[in-house]
Design a protein around this ligand. Structure first.
Ligand SMILES: NC(=O)C1=CN([C@@H]2O[C@H](COP(=O)(O)OP(=O)(O)OC[C@H]3O[C@@H](n4cnc5c(N)ncnc54)[C@H](OP(=O)(O)O)[C@@H]3O)[C@@H](O)[C@H]2O)C=CC1
Ligand SMILES: CC(=O)C(=O)O
Ligand SMILES: [Mg+2]
Length: 768
């Protein structure tokens, strides 16, 4: 895309539709006259009076606790300089947007038309009743230092100048990691800092407090190197004035290990870069254009670690990685300030997160197959959902430990779940299942290991300790894919069925014995065993693997067939069915049968429901089952409602312990108020159903696919129910995330089946 196009795109983005980037939305119902009388007069008087009695109740009855002011006077907007408060507003709205999407913090952006420090301070102080925190933004040095110092002293809510401390925290985390990768010691590195403003001074201060040596820092402003013999040096700049005989950036940069750019575009030339020490670290952080263009820098120094403030190159060192999560942590413990301890905790959390395996969603978003800690990935990417659960708890904990928190958190797991919920990533169940899988990982054989997605998923489940992968396929092909994509599958067993003559013989004889009276000759059995789905199913049957994952590249029936022939259905059930776990904003809802039984009879529907019930229980959830149709409790006499009604009757008689009801329409199943108002006799009254059984394959399949496609739910599955040993069949073309989820479910399935066997052995097992 050309530069002109990008400029026009940016203008269109801001102007089209509702101008700007943010709006205010009500958080309470406003549908009726009653709602309005609660929201406003007369009802609103009640919370007013409570707060008048106890001012801390403002956090209970208003939005204050989650509301941050992003305040600027437009005097140092990005690297664009003093462009004024109105011109700075798009940036402040942008910060508001980032606060919201990354940390669910609401923001009012306030652009103040004043450069007078006293006036600025007085205005912001007077805003204290409204806000839970204050993020100062793009205010130039030196005023920004006095403004922040006074506001911190005079206000009892957290105040942070983002360009100072947000930038310092992120760049410090990146610097620690870059030093490690370049094998340099922070206390030894020679640092040149271009810029001597808000960001540059605060970054340098933090580097020193983390171990850098002040004497090794040379700082440069518009007039050149800040020398201690310069006349009229203000106290801030004199803090980093050097005694060395240097005048220009070109002189200072020679043999330097680190360049920190917090000034303006293109101040560092390629020639100057060439004179830096071996393995240089260059953070050119001026926005929107860095001190040296990314391409120019990497062309001229192959040994460089290069970062910019921009999102379109590797290593984005930008305060967006910090401010949303720092304020989230501070607000959640009602911190009265943001202190050094909280900042250092954030630095460490961010630096350490960069060393952990990168989630697939992040790889996908950056069009990468395997981001990992290294020269092009020194800090996490801003869209990494783990930032909120890593940085915010670290900050909150530091606030508590350093005595500035008014609210104490003790249950950190619950806090992390709450953070996930805030971002609408309420996959607490999936996390619980993952933890269960990790507690006793199982051997998972992947039948389609000559596929990149399968191998990537195998690496993830291995790294996360969810499973012990076994790869089936041609060894050379698998190794080549691993090599080409820099995957790490060292130590993972690869089995080529063609090389396994002993197993081939054993397995084909077994299959022949099992199916000889159902049309399979020994020759055919030997031929079938070359199919990895047959071979893998035999491995599971013989206990050489615990479960099989397949189906990414073959149709469902072709993958299920070998499992049915070799493993067969469990003795207690006489059929198989398929189920999806739909992770919706209202929590998990199980859908079945979505994959196997086209038009079940009444009896079949009963069996399927019992099967689904038992499987949902595996996830430590009490199934509340709604049997769906297009009518409610006899309201229509159609063929399908009659079938479902008959199935419900049998279920009530045969399995009185199962919470199940119907036939009912989908909305009544998941809306408890609607059900109670209209059918108060239903056994499902009280809470919504969490398990939906569909009358036939068509309706189940359509329902889950629509939800998935509309972005209303993440579908985990299909979970194959009823086999004697777990085999799970992927959806054709599943993503890596979907494969990982399926493996996780498969491992838990193995664990549950083992537990079930143990109970049976002790003679305690009783099927509902
Ligand atoms: N990536 C990130 O996360 C962040 C990046 N930044 C970037 O850092 C830069 C500075 O921001 P901030 O500190 O808030 O602004 P300030 O206005 O407080 O400071 C700017 C500093 O840069 C110096 N400067 C300007 N041009 C030059 C030049 N050609 N050569 C040397 N020094 C120069 C100024 O020198 P003098 O003192 O002589 O005027 C001043 O010291 C901006 O480009 C901003 O976008 C800031 C915050 C976060
Ligand atoms: C990123 C930022 O805050 C700045 O460039 O000013
Ligand atoms: Mg800024």
């Amino acid at each position: 895309m050309s530069k002109t196009n990008r400029k026009q795109d940016a203008l269109d983005y801001h102007s089209q539709g509702r101008p700007g980037k943010i709006q205010v939305l009500p958080t309470k119902p406003t549908n009726s006259q009653r709602d309005l009388s609660l929201a406003y007069s007369p009802g609103v008087a009640e919370p007013c009076l409570r707060i008048a009695d106890n001012v801390e109740d403002v956090y209970k009855y208003t939005a204050k606790g989650n509301l941050v002011a992003v305040i600027s006077n437009g005097s140092a907007v990005l690297g664009l300089g003093d462009i004024g408060p109105e011109a700075g507003k798009p940036v402040m709205e942008g910060k508001g947007l980032l606060f919201k999407i990354f940390a669910d913090i609401d923001v009012f952006d306030l652009e103040l038309d004043t450069k007078n420090v006293d006036e600025f301070v007085n205005i912001v102080k007077a805003l204290q009743p409204t806000f839970g925190g204050v993020n100062l933004e793009d205010i130039k040095a030196p005023e920004c230092f006095e403004i922040e110092r006074r506001l911190k002293e005079e206000m009892n809510i957290p105040v942070m100048h983002d360009d100072q401390h947000g930038t310092a925290i992120i760049s410090a985390a990146a610097l620690i990691n870059a030093c490690e990768l370049q094998k340099k010691k922070l206390d030894k590195v020679k640092i040149v800092v271009s810029g001597a403003g808000a960001a540059a001074i605060s970054c340098s201060r933090l580097y020193v407090s983390l171990g850098a040596t002040k004497e090794n820092i040379v700082m440069i402003d518009r007039s050149g190197v800040i020398r201690s013999d310069r006349e009229n040096l203000d106290s801030l700049k004199s803090e980093f004035a050097t005694k060395r005989n240097l005048n220009t950036l070109d002189e200072a940069i020679k043999d330097a290990d680190v360049f920190i750019g917090l000034s303006s575009a293109n101040v560092l030339s390629a020639d100057a870069l060439k004179t830096m020490a071996k393995n240089p670290i260059v953070f050119a952080m001026a926005n929107p254009d860095p001190e040296i263009a990314y391409e120019l820098a990497i062309q001229n120094r192959k040994d460089i670690i290069m970062a910019t403030g921009r999102s379109d190159y590797p290593n984005q060192v930008n305060n967006v990685l910090g401010f949303p999560y720092i304020f989230r942590g501070a607000l959640d413990v009602r911190a009265t300030t943001i202190n050094e301890e909280m900042k250092i905790a954030a630095v460490k959390a961010i630096a350490e997160l960069a060393k952990k395996p990168v989630p697939e969603a992040v790889n996908l978003a950056y069009n990468s197959t395997n981001l990992k800690f290294g020269k092009d990935y020194i800090i996490p990417k801003p869209i990494d959902l783990r930032l909120i659960t890593t940085v915010s708890p670290a900050v909150a904990k530091a606030a508590i430990d350093s005595g500035v928190a008014k609210k104490i958190i003790t249950d950190w797991d619950a806090y992390k779940d709450e953070l996930h919920k805030r971002l609408g990533t309420e996959d607490a169940l999936l996390r619980a299942i993952t933890n269960k899988a990790k507690s006793a990982p199982k051997k998972v054989v992947f039948a389609e290991a000559d596929n990149y997605k399968i191998l990537k998923a195998a690496q993830i489940v291995k790294d996360d300790g969810i499973a012990i992968p076994i790869l089936l396929g041609n060894k050379a092909t698998i190794k080549q894919i691993i090599h080409e994509n820099a995957l790490d599958l060292d130590g993972v067993e690869i089995i080529d069925p063609f090389e396994e003559t002993v197993r081939q013989k054993k397995y084909s004889e077994f299959l022949y014995k099992k199916r000889q009276r159902r049309g399979i000759s020994l020759f055919q059995a030997q031929k079938l065993m070359r199919d990895r789905n047959y071979f893998g199913a035999c491995m599971v049957e013989f206990g050489e693997a615990d479960t099989l994952i397949s189906g990414l590249t073959k149709d469902y029936a072709a993958t299920v067939r070998p499992a049915l022939q070799i493993i067969g259905t469990a003795p207690s059930v006489n059929r198989v069915a398929g189920m999806y776990m739909m992770l919706t904003r209202k929590g998990p809802i199980f859908f079945g049968d979505t994959t196997i039984n086209e038009n079940p009879t009444v009896e079949e529907l009963v069996d399927i429901t019992a099967l689904i019930h038992d499987t949902v229980k595996q996830f430590n959830i009490t199934p509340r089952i709604a049997m769906l149709s297009y009518s409610n409790f006899g309201s229509t006499e159609g063929e399908v409602p009659l079938k479902v009604r008959a199935a419900v009757k049998i279920l009530h008689e045969k399995y009185p312990d199962i919470i199940v009801d119907g036939e009912m329409q989908g909305n009544f199943a998941i809306n408890p108020a609607l059900l109670k108002d209209n059918f108060p006799f239903s056994t499902l009254v009280g809470q919504p159903a969490n398990t939906l059984v569909f009358p036939n394959l068509e309706s189940g399949n359509i329902a889950y696919k629509l939800l998935q496609e509309l972005g209303e739910a993440e579908a985990v599955g299909p979970i194959l129910l009823g086999l004697n040993k777990p085999v799970h069949v992927l959806q054709l073309g599943s993503s890596v995330r979907e494969i990982v989820n399926m493996v996780t479910i498969a491992v838990v399935d193995v664990q549950s089946k083992e537990a079930e066997k143990n109970i049976r052995k002790r003679g305690l097992f009783k099927k509902n």
